[in-house]
Design a protein around this ligand. Sequence first.
Ligand code: NAP
Length: 152
Amino acid sequence: QKRNTMHPATPKGIMTLLKHYAIDVKGMDCVIVGRSNIVGFPVARLLMDEGATITVCHRQTKDLASHTRQADVLVVASGKPHLITKDMVKKGAIIIDVGVNRVDGKLMGDVDFDDLKDIASYITPVPKGVGPMTINALLENTYELYLSHIKQ
Ligand code: NAP
């Protein structure tokens, strides 16, 4: 069932990105690493609304790799630099790296991009992946709120 509410910027940006590349998640196994209120939990809800089957992992998850290896779509929002490596992902997976970590003055995602870029069918870089989509969604939300305000 579709709900008509305003969504947090990062999950909304991720959904826009998937739509842009015509990726229909219906029936796909989507694994989300992280369950925060601003990323992991709402992106799980939005993907489920689109017909995906959802697994949400967190720090108490017993065997993270056993879940991530099942993912058709893997969304990683853990805040742990390079948590996800090649051995944890199946060939052809779609990988969305939300993480932004500063390590030795350099920005780094939660996914080891170089390790994974040849086995993923799609993979977002850090920086210049999910970050700009978040800014885009934030501006959309602001504009939609403005429109709903002037309509009142
Ligand atoms: P958060 O509130 O710290 O949540 C992190 C989540 O990851 C928690 O649910 C935590 O589990 C889980 N986690 C941490 N280590 C894990 C591990 N080793 N295995 C499995 N799960 C683990 O962080 P957040 O606000 O969601 O942000 C996550 C990352 O995304 C950060 O790097 C942040 O900077 C970045 N971010 C980027 C954007 C963007 O626009 N690109 C926007 C927002 C956030 P527990 O719940 O068990 O603690």
